[in-house]
Design a protein around this ligand. Structure first.
Ligand SMILES: Cc1cc2nc3c(=O)[nH]c(=O)nc-3n(C[C@H](O)[C@H](O)[C@H](O)COP(=O)(O)OP(=O)(O)OC[C@H]3O[C@@H](n4cnc5c(N)ncnc54)[C@H](O)[C@@H]3O)c2cc1C
Length: 391
């Protein structure tokens, strides 16, 4: 990585040992296959099992549930190393940072005992299904309904843009009880259940190997025990989950920006135009000086947020500020770096070009930049409720 002029102090030697293992695994098992998976728009299940065997899925899950019992810095390492290798294909971050925390933090003991060991091992894949065709930023507008039955609930409705939707074995689904117009509940849906149907695998601009799907529920039977937490409390759980999800996005954006800077420095030193290395032109030097400055600022903010999260102090507004700034910063960095590659930058085999496209989603998924501003504005004007109702 490019030397940012200061040392990170978060990680202990055991974290660095884990980082080396993860880096080797990604270099051997993921990088050589990534372009193929992008073309196929899927990642083989075997990769999930191998990653599980290495302890890369759900690093914080305690040993009593089959997990490695690590701290969140282990999860951070997985996110950083995937981004540093320009390997966004495996949907591990959604599995580990979005879906599993709802099971770990709010589900019943029985659900935890059944599912966490499989999710940690990569035997089962998870996703989160909140968004619907008419309800993204405005989560309260969801129409998916859960009707009470003798044994639990029958779920009807549809979802869209669901990452891991095609490969998931379980989904954390947000729905309203049939007799409630507002309160949201969360359910753990097993995708082998009758009445569950996957729609199209959506044709995305970037992050192509990580599948994104439409989902349909036609009276899907959900056993009573698969309610996550308490009926009607789902919105509160989602708000708690989103701070971690957004921090995970920040970690990815930062690591990707550092990686694209690293690669571009190497490229401009190698590439000659008009008889001189591209790195000797003032435009190149100023451009990368600007990128480095933003990357250094981002590193300080991300590490500060990680520290806050580890101390149980990260608030939703700070996570929103992080997501707003870092998702836009990586976009600026990737754009500038792509330009310095000339035509090569526009080719999908060039990391800067892929980073540019892959990063674009970060300003939308997990809550758009505009919604982040709404969340932040509430702390600027604490008396106002704000207009959005999702995040
Ligand atoms: C790659 C990708 C992966 C995703 N993965 C998942 C997933 O796994 N699970 C899941 O549930 N969802 C997922 N999503 C969905 C994502 O969370 C939503 O797309 C996002 O929250 C925005 O919702 P929307 O698409 O309905 O846009 P809309 O809510 O329709 O927004 C359209 C525009 O209006 C703006 N806007 C909305 N409200 C306001 C307001 N109050 N003030 C000002 N502007 C506003 C938005 O910022 C946006 O620019 C994914 C999306 C993408 C692109």
């Amino acid at each position: 990585m490019v030397d940012l002029g200061f040392k990170r102090t978060l990680f202990r030697p055991e974290h660095e040992a884990f980082r080396s293992q993860v880096r080797r695994f990604i270099a051997a098992e993921i990088v050589p296959n990534h372009a193929h998976w992008d073309a196929e728009q899927e990642v083989p299940r075997e990769l999930w099992r191998k990653a599980g065997a290495l302890g890369m899925l759900g690093c914080t899950v305690p040993e009593e549930y089959g997990g490695p019992g690590g701290d969140w810095l282990h999860d951070v390492i997985v996110l950083e190393e995937l981004a540093a290798a320009h390997a966004p294909g495996p949907g591990f971050p959604v599995h580990t940072e979005m879906a599993m925390p709802y099971v770990s933090n709010f589900a019943s003991e029985a659900l935890k005992k059944t599912w966490l060991p499989k999710l940690v091992a990569g035997e089962a894949i998870a996703g989160v299904a909140m968004t619907e065709p008419d309800a993204g930023s405005d989560l309260h507008a969801i129409r998916t309904r859960a009707a009470r039955t003798a044994h639990g609930y029958a779920l009807s409705g549809q979802k869209v843009f669901i990452t891991n939707g095609c490969c998931a074995d379980v989904l954390v689904v947000a729905a309203k009880l049939a007799d409630s117009s507002r309160a949201i509940s969360l359910f753990l849906l097993e995708t082998k259940s009758p009445g569950f149907k996957r729609g199209r695998k959506l044709d995305k601009l970037g992050n192509r190997a990580r599948d994104t799907a439409e989902l349909f529920f036609d009276g899907v039977e959900i056993p009573a025990g698969n309610l996550i937490g308490v009926e009607g409390e789902g919105f509160g759980y989602l708000m708690q989950g989103l701070a971690r999800e957004r921090l995970a996005i920040c970690v990815t954006c930062q690591a990707r920006a550092e990686a694209v800077l690293r690669d571009t420095v190497a490229y401009v030193e190698e590439r000659h135009v008009f008889g001189r290395a591209l790195s000797t032109y003032q435009n190149t030097r100023f451009c990368l000086a600007q990128v480095k400055t933003e990357v250094a600022v981002g590193r300080v903010f991300v590490d500060r947020m990680i520290e806050s999260y580890l101390a149980g102090e990260l608030d939703g507004s700070t996570a929103a500020m992080g997501k707003l700034w870092l998702s836009e910063m990586v976009g600026r960095a990737a754009d500038a770096c792509l330009q310095l590659h000339g035509g090569a930058g526009y080719m999908s085999e060039t990391a800067a070009g892929r980073a540019y496209i892959d990063s674009r989603a970060e300003r939308i998924a997990g809550g758009t930049s505009e919604i982040m501003k709404e969340v932040i504005a509430r702390t600027v004007f604490p008396g106002s409720a704000g207009r959005e109702r999702r995040r």
